[in-house]
Design a protein around this ligand. Structure first.
Ligand SMILES: Nc1ncnc2c1ncn2[C@@H]1O[C@H](COP(=O)(O)OP(=O)(O)OP(=O)(O)O)[C@@H](O)[C@H]1O
Ligand SMILES: [Mg+2]
Length: 224
């Protein structure tokens, strides 16, 4: 299936390890299953070991419907697992969001229906001396999906992030409750608390996943 123009989404999270890659992979796989050409990508990544096969860009190579090299899927990479402004400085570089945006816009010339851009850390992560992740999304001009890493203590992070998204005039496509901690108590109450306060569509709860659970736990219909 080919839409007239690819549709993009930016996946942010309440924090690093909120489950952005897990949710993005789930979305890419589900859209491909529904017959849409889709990719996930990681515009900026700062990881412990770039040679390992366990970083975000590599995860997307496994699921994307078209073969693109890691240098395209994950164009800005640093071998230091810290905030990108610090990782870039440590390697004598500076991230230029205008340049990155131009690179990422090349995806729109490919035969794609959906492009999922994974964020880095949370919403207000600095990428250089002046800008944050939010400035990249302003350039990309795509709606945002918020992944709430569901665990005790997440309500504060979730509400602060939603406030920031609204303040930044983002179009919010929806939010997902992702149960990152196995024995999180009162999951339903956490979700109800956020549902009562958020206007954005609730796309569903992803339980703490067990191996080989390849189901899509997200209601993707509001995204189509
Ligand atoms: N619902 C879940 N059930 C079980 N494990 C999960 C779930 N969501 C995430 N995880 C695990 O938690 C860890 C962090 O998840 P993930 O890599 O998706 O987070 P992230 O937000 O992409 O992190 P980063 O900020 O490094 O990009 C991974 O080991 C992942 O497998
Ligand atoms: Mg990730």
């Amino acid at each position: 299936m080919l839409l007239t123009q690819p549709k993009g989404f930016f996946i942010t999270g309440t924090d690093t390890n909120a489950g952005k890659t897990t949710i993005t992979k789930m979305l890419v796989s589900e859209f491909i299953r529904r017959g849409y050409n889709s990719i996930g990508c990681k515009p900026i990544s700062c990881v412990e070991n770039l040679d390992s096969h366990n970083h975000d860009g590599v995860h997307y190579l496994e699921v994307n419907s078209i073969d693109l090299p890691l240098s395209v899927i994950s164009p800005v990479r640093f071998n230091l697992p810290v905030s990108p402004n610090i990782a870039a400085k440590a390697s004598g570089k500076e991230i230029c969001l205008k340049e990155l945006n131009q690179q990422l816009r090349q995806f729109y010339n490919l035969p794609l229906d959906y492009i999922f851009f994974e964020g880095i850390g949370g919403w207000r992560v600095p990428v250089n001396d002046k800008e944050t992740v939010a400035d990249l999304v302003k350039l990309l001009q795509v709606p945002v999906i918020l992944v709430v890493g569901l665990r005790v203590g997440c309500l504060n992070l979730a509400m602060l992030t939603m406030e920031a998204l609204i303040k930044d005039n983002m179009k919010i496509a929806g939010w997902v409750a992702n149960v990152i901690e196995e024995n999180t108590p009162v999951i339903d109450e956490h979700i109800a608390t956020l549902q009562a306060r958020f206007d954005a569509p609730y796309l569903g709860m992803v339980p703490h996943l067990v191996p080989n659970d390849n189901a899509c736990h997200i209601d993707v219909r509001p995204l189509i």
